[in-house]
Design a protein around this ligand. Structure first.
Ligand code: FSX
Ligand code: SF4
Ligand code: F3S
Length: 312
């Protein structure tokens, strides 16, 4: 008989139930497209390794970290914050000012080449980065130093991955993605915001297999961005039958018809929203009757606009 799956002691102490822990491991297997036989290995990986993570917030709306911590089931954030050793994060850390700066300096010096950097937000580059500063340092200077010394950099959100809304025309601060601003190759988890399950699954993949997941040519993990929204959409049959919502609130909307004529960009957008959904699998934009606006594609604020005008 298989040996029962051990629950990490740290989580028991925190009051996370065994049921929630197993749910978490099952969810990770699903997001990563792994068979359920991987669940014990995911549990084992979660129990033993705690990579140091430096989480930087650059020019952004904080929606990405909100997406991550405001899950409807608080145990997801509990487990993740336990699986990683979060050394620095301006939004949720208790330290501030000089004390926070010291922690960052110390982590970069002592864990050089070993820590994971998670980046949110784009970097203003105009006038040497003067339009984005934290504690007297430009985001450009601070982020460049942290990502150059990291084992890997994971960009969460379309802003850090591709520039996002910060880089939308006319882009007065000349905001750029982390990779374009620093010259360092990054793993990109785009979306405005990205789905927390995809962020976490990337870290779990790293813990489980000791390497980052396979990526597409835009640095996006294939397990999450390997197929189009349109290919997995529950309204696809209506698209093929040319049954469309023509105006919001019409009879077609009541029947769940395709949203292409009210602007859906699902045929041009790579993401797994129809499969894993949002808010712990409750629903997703198209499921709720709103067209996909292509939030995980490069330059979507310009390239996918106008959002409510038919393209297909
Ligand atoms: Fe951008 Fe994220 Fe959109 Fe907001 O950190 S991807 S504006 S949800 O907050 O960066
Ligand atoms: Fe494709 Fe959008 Fe229609 Fe779904 S609603 S079938 S993603 S065009
Ligand atoms: Fe974004 Fe489209 Fe998903 S707008 S959240 S990629 S359905």
């Amino acid at each position: 008989m298989d040996k029962p799956i051990e629950m990490p002691e740290r989580l028991v102490e925190k009051g996370v139930s065994r049921r929630d822990f197993m749910k978490f491991c099952g969810l990770m297997a699903t997001v990563l497209g792994l068979p359920m036989s991987f669940v014990p290995r995911i549990a084992e990986a979660a129990a033993k390794t705690r990579p140091t993570v430096v989480w930087l917030n650059n020019a952004e709306c904080t929606g990405c970290v909100e997406s991550f911590i405001r899950t409807t089931h608080p145990w997801i954030a509990d487990i993740v914050l336990d699986v990683i050793d979060l050394a620095y994060n301006e939004t949720i850390m208790a330290a501030a000012g000089d004390q926070a700066e010291e922690i960052l300096k110390k982590t970069v010096a002592e864990q050089k080449g070993k820590y994971i950097c998670i980046c949110e937000g784009a970097i203003p580059t105009k006038d040497n980065g003067a339009y984005g500063q934290i504690h007297g340092k430009t985001m450009l200077e601070m982020t460049t130093e942290v990502v150059k010394n990291a084992a890997a950099t994971i960009c969460v959100g379309s802003c850090s991955a591709f520039g996002g809304v910060q880089a939308a025309k006319p882009n007065p601060t000349e905001a750029k993605s982390i990779s374009a601003a620093t010259g360092v190759k990054t793993v990109n988890i785009p979306g405005c915001p990205p789905n927390a399950d995809n962020m976490v699954a990337t870290v779990v993949h790293y813990l489980l297999l000791g390497k980052l997941p396979a990526l597409d040519d835009k640095g996006r993990p294939l397990f999450a961005y390997g197929y189009l929204i349109h290919d997995n959409c529950e309204r696809r049959g209506h698209f093929e039958n040319e049954e469309f919502v023509k105006v919001f609130g019409d009879e077609g909307a009541a029947k769940g018809y395709c949203l292409a004529k009210v602007g859906c960009k699902g045929p041009d957008t790579f993401n797994n929203c129809p499969k894993i959904k949002w808010n712990q699998g409750t629903n997703w934009p198209v499921g709720a009757g709103h067209p996909c606006i292509g939030c995980s594609e490069p330059d979507f604020w310009d390239a996918m606009a106008p959002f409510y005008v038919a393209k297909y």
